[in-house]
Design a protein around this ligand. Structure first.
Ligand SMILES: *[C@@H]1O[C@H](CO)[C@@H](O)[C@H](O)[C@H]1NC(C)=O
Ligand SMILES: *[C@@H]1O[C@H](CO)[C@@H](O)[C@H](O)[C@H]1NC(C)=O
Ligand SMILES: *[C@@H]1O[C@H](CO)[C@@H](O)[C@H](O)[C@H]1NC(C)=O
Length: 411
C-alpha cells in the first residue's frame, strides 16, 4: 500500500514535472520572417511543413503575398503582413487605405490569421524626410480603415524600426532615441498606446561583431557561456548582446514616458555565409546564434530589465534569398535552402530534410510543442545597412566597457 502510494505520488510528480517542462515550450512562440527576394523558393504550400518543423507559430511577410496568405489558411499560423514603404504616401487617402485593407487583409480573414500590419520597414533611418512624414499618417489611415471594417480588434497596426533609431545604446540603462527623431517617434508611440499595438525593432548583434571581430567577444554575441558585462547604472548583468540591445530600447521608451509598450524583435538572426571581410558569417556561428536563441525563447526567458516579458522574436529568415543586393551575408540568413533542406542542423528531431515534406505536413501534432526556430533578418535590404551602422555603435560602446571590466577584474 505504502509502495503503491509512493508509486502514485511519483507518477503524479512525473506528470507534473512533465507539464511544467512542456508549458514554457508551448506558450513561448517563435516567429520567422518569410522574405522572398529570390527566384527559386518553393511554392507556399510546400513551406507549411518547414515552418511547422521548427515549431514556428508566427510568420512575418514584407508584403501581403496572396499565394502565401491563401496557402496558410486554416494552419493556425499567425501573420504580420507588410505594407511597403512605396505605398506609404497613398495611405493618406482614406479610400486607398480602405481598398488596401480589403484586398490584402480582409479577404483572407478569418481562415488566415492576420493579426498585424507592419506599415513600412525601417522608415525613419532612411533619413528621407518626406517618407518619414508619411509614416504616421499611413499608420493612422490603415488603422482607420480597420476600424471602418470593424477589424481593429483583431488586427493591429505598427511599423518596424532599425536599431539605428537609437542614439545611445550602451549601457542599456542609458538607451535613448536619436534626438532628431524624438518628436516623430513620440507621436508614433502615442499611436501605439491609443491603438494597443506593439513597438517593433530589428536588432542584429552580428553587425556589432562584424564591425569589430577582434574586440567583441564571440561568445557574448552568440549566447554562449561567458562572463558578460554589468550595466554600471542599473547593476544588471548581461551575458549576451541581444538582451543588452533590447533593454536599451526599453530604456529609450521609458525615457519618453512609455514604460508599458509591448516590444517585439521583428528581425534578428545570423548569416551562415558572407564575404571575406564579413567575420563570423559561418554555419557554425549561425547554428549557435539561432539555436541558442530558440532555447532562450523556449525557456520563456526575458531580458534582465524585463525578466517576465515575452521576448517576442521573429528570426530572420526562413530562406536564403538569392536576389538580395549587398554583401554575401544578405543572401545567407536563411534557416532553409530553397530546396527545403536546412542550411545547418538546428537539432530538432523533426527537422525536415527534403522538400518532400509530405510527412511533415500530414502530421501537425507536434506543431508548437517544439522549441521554435530562429530565422535571420527580414528582406529589408536597404534598412540592413542602417542597422549595421547602429550595431557598430552598440558594438564599439559595449566593447569598450567590456574591455574596461575585463581589465579591472584582472587587476
Ligand atoms: C541618418 O542620420 C543620422 C543622424 O544624422 C546619421 O547618424 C546616419 O548615419 C544617417 N543614416 C543614413 C543612412 O544616412
Ligand atoms: C515523397 O513523397 C512521396 C509521396 O508521399 C513518396 O512516394 C516518396 O517516396 C517521397 N520521397 C522521399 C524522398 O521521401
Ligand atoms: C504524428 O506525430 C506524433 C508525435 O510526434 C506521433 O505519435 C504520430 O504517430 C504521428 N502520426 C503520423 C500519422 O505520422
Amino acid at each position: 500500500m505504502g509502495f503503491a502510494t509512493t508509486l502514485n505520488c511519483s507518477s503524479i510528480l512525473f506528470l507534473i514535472s512533465g507539464i511544467v517542462l512542456l508549458y514554457p515550450i508551448m506558450v513561448a512562440s517563435i516567429g520567422i520572417n518569410y522574405g522572398q527576394i529570390a527566384n527559386n523558393l518553393p511554392a507556399p504550400e510546400n513551406v507549411i511543413p518547414l515552418v511547422k518543423s521548427v515549431g514556428a507559430t508566427k510568420l512575418k511577410l514584407y508584403d501581403a503575398d496572396p499565394r502565401v496568405l491563401k496557402a496558410f489558411a486554416n494552419t493556425g499560423v499567425e501573420f504580420i503582413v507588410g505594407l511597403g514603404n512605396e505605398y506609404l504616401s497613398k495611405m493618406r487617402d482614406p479610400n486607398k487605405a480602405l481598398a488596401w485593407v480589403k484586398t490584402n487583409v480582409q479577404v483572407y480573414l478569418p481562415a488566415t490569421k492576420i493579426i498585424c500590419i507592419a506599415v513600412g520597414n525601417e522608415v525613419l533611418t532612411f533619413n528621407d524626410t518626406s517618407l518619414s512624414d508619411d509614416l504616421l499618417p499611413a499608420m493612422q489611415g490603415v488603422h482607420t480603415a480597420l476600424v471602418n471594417l470593424n477589424l481593429h480588434k483583431q488586427v493591429s497596426v505598427t511599423t518596424a524600426h532599425s536599431l539605428a533609431v537609437l542614439q545611445i545604446s550602451y549601457p542599456p540603462s542609458a538607451g535613448a532615441f536619436r534626438t532628431d527623431l524624438t518628436a516623430c517617434i513620440t507621436q508614433i508611440l502615442n499611436f501605439h498606446v491609443k491603438t494597443d499595438s506593439p513597438f517593433l525593432i530589428n536588432a542584429y548583434p552580428f553587425f556589432a561583431y562584424k564591425a569589430n571581430p577582434k574586440q567583441v567577444p564571440i561568445d557574448f554575441v552568440l549566447f554562449q557561456s561567458n562572463t558578460g558585462i554589468v550595466d554600471p547604472i542599473s547593476n544588471l548583468h548581461y551575458d549576451n548582446m541581444l538582451f543588452a540591445q533590447i533593454d536599451a530600447v526599453y530604456s529609450a521608451l521609458a525615457s519618453l514616458g512609455f514604460k508599458k509598450l509591448c516590444v517585439q524583435i521583428s528581425e534578428t538572426g545570423w548569416p551562415s555565409k558572407g564575404d571575406e571581410d564579413e567575420a563570423g558569417a559561418t554555419p557554425e556561428n549561425a547554428k549557435k546564434y539561432n539555436g541558442n536563441l530558440m532555447k532562450l525563447i523556449a525557456q520563456n526567458k526575458g531580458t534582465p530589465m524585463r525578466p517576465t516579458s515575452d521576448l517576442n522574436i521573429f528570426v530572420f529568415a526562413l530562406f536564403n534569398e538569392n536576389m538580395k543586393p549587398g554583401p554575401a551575408s544578405e543572401r545567407n540568413y536563411g534557416l532553409f535552402k530553397p530546396d527545403g533542406t536546412p542550411v545547418y542542423p538546428l537539432g530538432f528531431s523533426n527537422d525536415v530534410g527534403t522538400t518532400n515534406s509530405s510527412s511533415g505536413s500530414s502530421n501537425t501534432s507536434g506543431f508548437g510543442t517544439r522549441p521554435p526556430m530562429p530565422s535571420p533578418p527580414a528582406s529589408s535590404s536597404t534598412g540592413y545597412l542602417s542597422i549595421s551602422s547602429s550595431a557598430e555603435e552598440v558594438a564599439v560602446h559595449s566593447v569598450l566597457l567590456f574591455l574596461c571590466l575585463v581589465v579591472s577584474t584582472a587587476n
